[in-house]
Write a protein that binds this ligand. Sequence first.
Ligand code: A3P
Length: 319
Amino acid sequence: SSSEAILSESHGADLLSKLPSREGWSEPLVLYNNYWIRPRIAATIMRLQSSFRPRHDDIILASNPKCGTTWMKALAFVITNRSRYDIENNHPLLSCHPHEVVPFIEIPLNGDMNYVETLPSPRLLATHMPLSLFPKSLAASSCCRIVYVCRHPKDAFVSRWHFENKICRGNNIDLENAFSMFSEGFSAYGPFWEHCLEYWRESTTSPDKVLFLKYEDLMSEPVKYVKRLAAFLGVPFSTKEEEDGIPEEVVRLCSFDKLSTLHTNQTGDMVRRANLIIENSAFFRKGKVGDWVNHMSEEMGRKLDCIVEEKLKGSGLVL
Ligand code: A3P
């Protein structure tokens, strides 16, 4: 198929110019293999098709943007490193943003694209890539584990709108316009629901490979899901650890209240590339379930609910 041809090619720039393009919320997006992607990221994903070398013990944290990526990075990092770092004392998360300790595969950290190659095993990596755009080597790797975090689309949309407004300083993105684009499936890494569905289906057919979590569940029963996460990642809490309240300590250290008030997360910033510097604080806004009501009309809410319900029909996934 033509999409396979695109995936197997390595001449990113040429291919990029051939993809359908459309002006998005704040910049154009290209339609790559049925997903709307920022051109720069699409080029990187094309390059990764041939260059990414998965390792058998990689752990991949996947998500749509604004669905709890930062939180999941913190949780997975603390859980998998708890024999190295004392949770109560001098923990790296007290001085580093979660995005610094768990890099994205397709987004350079401080401009360095090869950083993920230099990490020791086992690697903890993150991605917003849809499952169907994974480098073939990674998709074929039967060993790596994937944790997907999903969120109610209304909250994810509102969170995204705030974030984009914040990072494109002075560029006021019209909410109604952004909403109608989002509802059509036109947003970075969208359609939102297709992204969720791909991982959902994989989690139902290969539950040992993909753990599918929801932001709202994590919020209402954090300890329960932190235990499930640890077990999935192959480092379950021992009875002694549970008696000692370690899962609760993990939850506390990674909580919105704790992370959002740390000096480093309030004042630092991260360089994504030369002309894109994001304040660390941009990743911590409210951290609440249901904040959409403060920004969207009830009618908009109903409309998006209907669209999403229709798209997810028959899948068993309810958002
Ligand atoms: P809001 O804008 O609704 O507050 P991502 O990490 O995928 O970019 O998503 C960001 C969203 O997660 C923001 O949502 C942010 O406030 C929230 N968030 C960040 N850290 C969190 C944490 N530790 N616990 C709960 N929510 C968190």
